[in-house]
Every structure is written in C-alpha cells, then in structure tokens.
Design a protein around this ligand. Structure first.
Ligand SMILES: [Zn+2]
Length: 315
C-alpha cells in the first residue's frame, strides 16, 4: 500500500509517496507562501500531492491516505487546525479544505510527533513500541509513540515536551510561562549562554569564531569550541547537557519508553553530545538497578516529517 506524506513548514512544503515500510518512492517541494490566504496554501499542497503521485507512477486510487505534519496543533474531533504560529493560521478547516481538492482520507499530526513516529517505524527506534523523540532546534518539540502509535493526548495538545517546566520562575518562554525545558535545551538557549560566556570571557575561542560579533553566534560554534577544549565553551556545553539530561530523566520517569531519540539541529553535534548526555543521565535515573531507555540520535534527518506524516494513514 502507498501513502502520501506532507511536511508543511513556515517556508516550504515537502511531499512524497511512501510505502508502508517508510521508503520514499517520490519526492517534491514547493514554497509555502504563508502570507497568502490558507485556501491558496492548501490548493498548492493538494497540487503537490498529485504531482508526487504522478512521479511515483501511482494513480490516486492506489493511495490509501494523505498525512500532513504541521508546525502546530490539530483537533482530530473537528478536523481543524486551531492554531499554527509559523503559518499565522487560526481555526483553519484543514481536512475539509484538503478533501475538496483530493479524494483521499486526510490525517494530520504535529510535525515533531510525526517525525518521532517515522523514527519508530523506519529509523533508529524501529521495532520498538514506545519511544519519545525530542527535536532540539530553535525550540524543542516532542513526539511520543505509545503502543506503536503516535500519542498527542486527549485534546491534541500533548507531547509539548519543550514546555515542561524545568525551573520554576526561570527563563521567560514565548508561551508566557517561565522556566520551560526549551529555554534550556534549544539552540536558542545555547546561543544565549554562549553570548553571556563571551561577554565574561572575551578571550574565548567562541568570540573569534563568530568574527568578534556575538550576534553571529550559533550552537555549532559553541559546541565545536567545546570539543576543542575552550574553557568558556565547555561550560556552556556542560550546562546544556545537564539541562537536557534533567529533562530526559523527567521523561523517563513519566513514560519509561524503550528509546529516547534526539533529533533537530543541535543533535548534529553527534557522538560528542550523545556520549555526554548518556553519562549525565545515568546518575539521575531513579531506579538504577533496573533497565532504562536507551538514548539515540535520530537517523532519518530532514525526511522524517514527510515519512511519519505518510504513515499516519497506516491504521
Ligand atoms: Zn514555554
């Protein structure tokens, strides 16, 4: 059986035909043009779906469903997207607008949730029934898989791992609360701490690497310098790892999943980050004599969203 997956982002739309094992058979992309009315964006999504089906020599009649990953939340009871900040969408009747243009069942999920689902079928957590995926990017997203199925909660607002509160009264978050996990575990947090570090330690290698301009700081610069032994950068890196490990331990205590998968831009730091996180988690685990989640890096990269969205139609 074949499925179409769509990864809808603030700047680009990716779509592809995917088989039931998560193999991509064709792929295409388009500009989102999110400044336009939502109807125009949805018309382009539908047209892109038809194009990738043609490219995979698959008549629409042989496609079981279309799945769409969105950078927001979805209400499965109404088929509407109540809110999607990156697209500026409020209460968009997404499923009915799609079905006006495509004669196929439409499934929708949060982008991090579907990426985690993809990893659990075709990626690093393949074959496991329970996993938690954490995207470490500008913010922090989460994807929970329980019993082999993506879990978004009773109201479609679950798995917002980035907004678990790690520090009461801590750093202010875009969501209005303070001390959210993503204020400490995102690339944004690394940049904030690295800028503080170069203000206090202008001799740090980090300042030279951003051409003397802290406005050009990024997480890669900070972690690369840490890897090379720069003291200020190591402090930033260790603080980051500690925050991430505390969040991961809370997730383990709540869900006890088989695997925790780290994805997103920050996870590109690879084994340097992974090894440090594994070490930092060990002493924090509650039941030390029992087994606990293995921590792994995501494997599917930029295609995870598309693959996971497609597989939403697998039920
Ligand atoms: Zn928050």
């Amino acid at each position: 059986m074949r499925y179409i997956g769509v990864d809808l982002g603030g700047t680009g739309i990716k779509a592809g035909v995917v088989d039931e094992r998560g193999e991509i058979l064709s792929k295409g992309s388009a500009r989102t043009g999110q400044e336009r009315p939502y109807q125009a964006v949805i018309a382009d999504i539908a047209a892109l779906c038809e194009r990738v089906a043609r490219d995979a020599n698959t008549p629409l009649g042989d496609i079981k469903a279309v799945g769409v990953g969105v950078p927001g939340i979805f209400d499965p009871k109404t088929g509407r997207i109540p809110f999607c900040a990156n697209l500026g969408w409020h209460d968009v009747p997404f499923v009915s607008e799609m079905q006006k243009r495509l004669p196929l069942p439409v499934f929708v999920g949060n982008d991090a949730t579907v990426a985690g689902y993809a990893e659990s079928i075709a990626g690093v957590s393949a074959g496991t029934a329970s996993s938690v995926f954490i995207t470490l990017g500008t913010g922090v997203g989460g994807g929970i898989v329980v019993g082999g199925k993506p879990y978004s909660g009773a109201h479609g607002v679950g798995s917002e791992i980035g907004h678990m509160i790690l520090s009461m009264g801590g750093e202010p978050c875009n969501c209005g609360n303070r001390g959210c996990f993503e204020r400490y575990a995102s690339a944004t947090a690394v940049i904030r701490e690295a800028r503080k570090a170069v203000a206090a330690h202008p001799e740090s290698m980090m300042l030279a690497r951003c051409g003397g301009d802290p406005a050009r700081m990024n997480a890669k610069i900070a972690f690369d310098c840490a890897k090379e032994g720069d003291a200020a950068a190591l402090e930033v890196f260790n603080g980051y790892v500690s925050a991430l490990a505390h969040g991961i331990v809370s997730i383990i205590n709540l869900f006890d999943p088989e695997v925790i998968v780290l994805g997103g831009g920050v996870s590109m730091a690879g084994a340097f980050l992974l090894d440090a996180v594994r070490e930092a988690v060990k002493p924090l685990v509650l039941f030390k004599d029992m087994g606990c989640a293995r921590i792994e890096l995501a494997r599917l990269g930029a295609d995870a969203g598309l693959i996971g969205a497609a597989l939403l139609g697998k039920e």
